[in-house]
Design a protein around this ligand. Structure first.
Ligand code: FES
Length: 145
């Protein structure tokens, strides 16, 4: 895939997640809920985690944000919700290191790869990371994080 085609593909994936966000607005049953706020714009995202008896994590979110913020939150839910908590913790750590630019190891999850274009834009860093930070706090509150 050429660079231009990759960017076009990434834009389409992000647009789909922004228009049809996965796991949005249904936090009522979550065990723990944490919020993260972007002080530059006032946008805020809350992320809830419910861990069932088998150790599977149900992850949802709600809040207000720009298209990048909501698409990133939706991609996070699609990628991590429904997995065992240990796997969520491991993948979250790996993906966040990549999003922060601390690692260049491209995540294998297809929709996460669509964040690559935005990851290269310093001005959108907060938008990109908001939901992932709220999830980190929720995971730490489950006493497993
Ligand atoms: Fe507010 Fe992106 S502009 S989170």
């Amino acid at each position: 895939m050429t660079d231009a085609a990759k960017k076009q593909h990434d834009r389409q994936v992000l647009l789909d997640h922004f228009r049809n966000p996965r796991g949005k607005d249904a936090l009522t049953e979550s065990d723990v809920i944490s919020a993260s706020r972007n002080p530059m714009c006032g946008d805020e995202v809350e992320v809830g985690v419910l861990v069932d008896d088998s150790g599977t994590a149900d992850i949802r979110f709600r809040g207000r944000g720009c298209s990048v913020c909501i698409a990133s939150a939706s991609i996070m839910v699609e990628t991590l919700s429904g997995k065992k908590l240990e796997q969520v913790l491991e993948e979250h750590r790996h993906i966040c290191a990549w999003l922060h630019g601390e690692s260049d190891a491209m995540p294998e999850q297809p929709s996460v790869r669509a964040l690559e274009t935005v990851r290269e834009l310093p001005a959108r860093k907060r938008c990109l990371l908001l939901a992932w930070e709220a999830l980190a706090e929720s995971l730490s509150k489950t006493n497993y994080g």
